[in-house]
Design a protein around this ligand. Structure first.
Ligand code: NDP
Length: 297
């Protein structure tokens, strides 16, 4: 973790890029062990359509898989692909014992029912953790594949605060299925006292000010400033927002980083905070999926 100095106090920058690299190095060693036992972890990535951002994400995922020694398979399908054809591809991958993880890159074209597609993936191969079997398992506190972004956030919190997060008040801003809700469930599993706030919540600022841990997953540039923070709160900024500032394109989070530094104990930057952890935990989930499937044989 780096120390960032400002005029009023010291706050810690939670370096997600460095932690993600550490996680990838750990995975690399574990992959060697699995391969020695005759299992080659394999991730299949399915990309439908021409969304440029999705192409970049998929390329990054494939690169990281290569780095840690996980075999990757890429299936690119045209934007006009019929839902039935995509479902058939998933059935094929479900049936292939050499494939341990299946990731369908979102968003899908409008004519495809996202839920139907995600539900078709074998829960044991669901490395995104979006299948209802895994969502339900997480809410029951079972050991299942959990969504990569919030799982990466828990690692950052533990690296910052220590392994025991119990009793801390965590406020999650946002209640989406991919970030807010699983984040809250994972924090509850760590025995935090959890509050979720969202667009209909009243007195958000007052509630946030009671948080020992604040996770922002809203999609609103710099919405959370120092006035939302309890002194010495640990802030995890999941937001990725593209804005124009001084005539330049910039990526910013949901938290006003410079302002939050004056109050927080530690905070993730954007970029270089949560983003790299998401891909690292996709690799981790692929490894876990391969282990789980090996136990079933
Ligand atoms: P969604 O748009 O699905 O959800 C946003 C949530 O924020 C909703 O629950 C919404 O409430 C809530 N919200 C919106 N406005 C307000 C407000 N003014 N006050 C309080 N709550 C509000 O977004 P995602 O969860 O998918 O993503 C959130 C952010 O995280 C985005 O910037 C996204 O790009 C980023 N992201 C980053 C990832 C990473 O790897 N770093 C991965 C995934 C997402 P309601 O439900 O009431 O509408």
């Amino acid at each position: 973790m780096n120390i960032v100095m400002n005029t009023q106090r010291y706050a810690q920058m939670i370096d997600g890029k460095a932690t993600a690299q550490k996680v990838l190095e750990e995975i690399k060693i574990e992959v060697v062990g699995l391969k020695a036992a005759g299992i080659e972890p394999c991730l299949a990535v399915v990309l439908v359509g021409d969304d440029p951002a999705s192409h970049v994400y998929v390329r990054n995922k494939v690169e990281k898989a290569l780095f840690v020694g996980i075999r990757s398979l890429e299936y690119r399908m045209s934007a006009e692909t019929a839902q039935e054809v995509l479902l058939q591809k998933i059935d094929e991958l479900n049936a292939d014992a050499a494939v341990h993880g299946i990731l369908v890159q979102l968003p899908l074209p409008d004519h495809i029912d996202e839920t139907a597609v995600l539900q078709r993936i074998n829960p044991m191969k669901d490395v995104d953790g979006f299948h209802s079997e895994n969502v339900g398992g997480l809410s029951q506190g079972r050991d299942v594949l959990t969504p990569c972004t919030p799982t990466g956030c828990i690692r950052l919190l533990k690296d910052t605060l220590g392994n025991d997060l119990s009793g801390l008040h965590a406020v999650v801003v946002g209640r989406s299925n991919i970030v807010g809700k699983p984040m809250a469930a994972l924090l509850l599993k760590e025995s935090c006292t959890v509050t979720i706030v969202h667009s209909r919540t009243q007195n958000i600022q007052e509630i946030c000010k009671t948080a020992d841990i604040l996770v922002a997953a809203v999609g609103k540039p710099k919405m959370i400033d120092a006035s939302y923070l309890k002194p010495d709160a640990v802030v995890i900024d999941v937001g990725i927002n593209r804005i124009q500032e001084n005539g330049k394109n910039r990526l910013v989070g949901d938290v006003d980083y410079e302002d939050a530094l004056t109050v927080a104990l530690a905070i993730t930057p954007v970029p270089g905070g949560v983003g790299p952890m998401t891909i690292a935990y996709l690799m981790k989930n692929t490894l876990e999926a391969a282990r789980m499937q090996a136990k079933q044989i």
